[in-house]
Write a protein that binds this ligand. Structure first.
Ligand code: FES
Length: 580
């Protein structure tokens, strides 16, 4: 921890808009005064942008406008000037073809909103899956003092005496309906029970994972991730965040001081310990790409290998975020990592303290929720990175969500050319498939879908489900919802639509999955693979125009985070000339 706070007072970037009495200044300042701000608010105090991803169509963030009032209160108290700025909100449950297609658009829009406007620091108000990484990517590229406050998870869902988790039970119940174990009416009854309050998904899905990643990176105040959305302590956290950002601006404590290689390694290990979403892989790779830090899939495998999954939350375990909060939340997990020698203790956080200082006194109040290591859900909880002739650039699998008996498996491939082909044939009892087969789906990666949809956890064929089988090996270039589970190989790279070997797999080929040895192998000779690739024609047409066209032309592979090639790196906060 070598951070040295900057001198204060000094001239801030907002003063280039509001300082002095020139015609330009009066233009910027005078118009803002139509909101009734007194003149002395423009005296050089930190102007803090509250970048809010609230939207009626991002229901997981639906309470963020109310929460922003607490952030504002904290900023006023600390002597700052809060301005709330609505920003692009990439809602997971609304956007088609998939919210992931808009993560980079959101990151690009927010980056420009931060750089092009008179703000000295930013509070990133996020929650739903893509909102957290997109705003962190933007903050890394602009590199002005920034702090995350998430909206917090929903309260536990309950249905007929059973704890039910967002997403996780949606997959379970829909399989049960297909298997004839649940009626459609019961399914509808469970719908409302699943979403009981404001907030994000209450499992350790992608939203909870990314909130945890923000905290483990040091970009949120300690304890932020797990506080339920409707708990009064969430509002306290928002107010404390508002107070803190003002001091961060005075100290000039920037993302580049916090989001270091050590911080990313802490986050990767934390992801293993919480049994976090595979989506964290693409998001952390993309964030690191914005900072200029070299982070690779190999870092994920290296750092995650020896991390036990100790957080007993769905989809890997039993409980939900509410219980995680009551048990002590993420600080307990980070403390455990520190004691196990798996944490860079000196990594700096937004508080100005080291991560170890923040968590060393944490206490575990429920050892059935945050397990002792000897009772861990799995001793190898990190993301397994697989390589082989089917995935030369890598593929990922989440061991804590997979079935132990399938971790080494050889099976006959049943291939679906894309999601439509899968949907058209999966329910057909004439489909030649059983539980020993490996389901393969193509053209669902960044270019192929487009946007790399969360369809990798293909539902099993009804005739297999009816036998009581709940898992099969599945391989694709897609992603998987963080709330999902199964022996699912994801992010296979290069993707099929880029001509990766996945593109030439045929039904009847044999595939070997060997997770302990990190191998994914198509049982064909090199010559046969080369011959098939030479004959291959890309079925994916580039979109004719618009954002979809730009996405297709510039998105990179999942193995490097699926960011746009032209958005990598930190471009800083310097802005061009004024227009007046
Ligand atoms: Fe928004 Fe899960 S869909 S948090």
């Amino acid at each position: 921890m070598s951070f040295k706070p900057a001198e204060w007072p000094r001239k801030l970037r907002s003063q280039h808009w509001y300082g002095g009495n020139s015609r330009d200044t009066i233009y910027h300042r005078g118009w803002l005064k139509n909101q009734g701000y007194p003149h002395d608010l423009f005296d050089g105090r930190p102007v803090i942008g509250i970048l809010n991803t609230w939207s009626d169509l991002t229901p997981c963030n639906g309470h963020l406008r109310e929460l922003a009032e607490k952030v504002k209160a904290g900023i006023w108290e600390a002597g700052g000037f809060p301005v709330e700025v609505p920003v692009f909100s990439a809602s997971e449950n609304t956007f088609r073809p998939t919210a992931m297609m808009y993560r980079n658009l959101a990151a690009m829009a927010v980056e420009e909103a931060m750089r092009g406007q008179p703000i000295d620091g930013a509070v990133l108000m996020v929650g739903c899956d893509k909102t957290t990484p997109s705003l962190l990517m933007a903050a890394a590229s602009v590199d002005i003092p920034s702090i995350v406050v998430t909206g917090g998870p929903m309260l536990n869902g309950w249905f007929r005496g059973e704890r039910i988790g967002s997403g996780t039970h949606l997959w379970k119940f829909s399989e049960a309906v297909k298997a004839g174990e649940m009626t459609q009416d019961e399914f509808l009854e469970a719908e409302q029970a699943m979403s009981r309050s404001s907030g994000t998904c209450n499992t350790m899905g992608t939203a909870s994972t990314m909130a945890s990643m923000a905290e483990a990176l040091g970009m949120a105040l300690s304890g932020n991730a797990a506080i339920p959305a409707v708990d009064s302590r969430r509002r306290v956290m928002a107010q404390m965040t508002g107070r803190r950002i003002v001091q961060m601006v005075k100290d000039d404590l920037k993302p580049s001081d916090i989001m270091t290689k050590e911080a990313f390694e802490n986050a990767i290990r934390c992801n293993g310990a919480i049994g976090g979403s595979t989506n964290a892989v693409v998001h952390l790779l993309a964030m690191a790409g914005r900072t200029g830090i070299e982070l690779t899939l190999d870092d994920w495998d290296r750092c995650g290998r020896d991390v036990a999954t100790i957080v007993n939350l769905m989809p890997s375990g039993k409980y939900l975020m509410e219980e995680f909060f009551y048990a002590g939340g993420l600080p307990v997990v980070l403390k455990h990592l520190g004691e196990a020698g798996l944490l860079h203790k000196d990594a700096l956080t937004v508080s100005g303290e080291s991560i170890w200082d923040e968590v060393k006194d944490a206490k575990n109040w429920n050892e059935d929720v945050i397990l002792p290591v000897e009772k861990a859900l799995t001793q190898q909880g990190g993301i397994a990175v697989l390589k082989g002739n089917l995935a030369p650039l890598g593929a990922v699998l989440k061991p804590s969500a997979a079935s132990p008996h399938l971790m080494q498996h050889r099976g006959r491939a049943v291939v679906f050319e894309d999601i439509d082909d899968y949907k058209a044939r999966i329910n057909d009892d004439a489909l030649d498939i059983d539980e020993t087969c490996i389901m393969v789906m193509k053209n669902c990666g960044p270019k192929g879908y487009p946007g790399m949809a969360e369809v990798g956890n293909m539902g099993l064929p009804p005739k297999v489900l009816k036998k009581g089988i709940t898992d099969m090996v599945r391989i694709s270039d897609a992603r998987m919802s963080g709330t999902a589970y199964g022996t699912v190989v994801l992010h296979t790279s290069p993707e099929a639509a880029r001509g990766g070997p996945l593109a030439i797999v045929r039904t009847g080929d044999f595939i070997e999955l060997d997770v302990p040895n990190r191998r994914l192998h198509l049982d064909l000779s090199d010559e046969e693979i080369a011959a098939r690739l030479a004959d291959w024609k890309n079925p994916v047409e580039p979109p004719a125009s618009g954002y979809a066209r730009m996405f297709h032309e510039h998105v990179e592979g999942a193995d490097t985070g699926a960011d746009f090639d032209f958005l990598k790196g930190c471009r800083g906060s310097e802005v061009g000339r004024d227009s007046h």
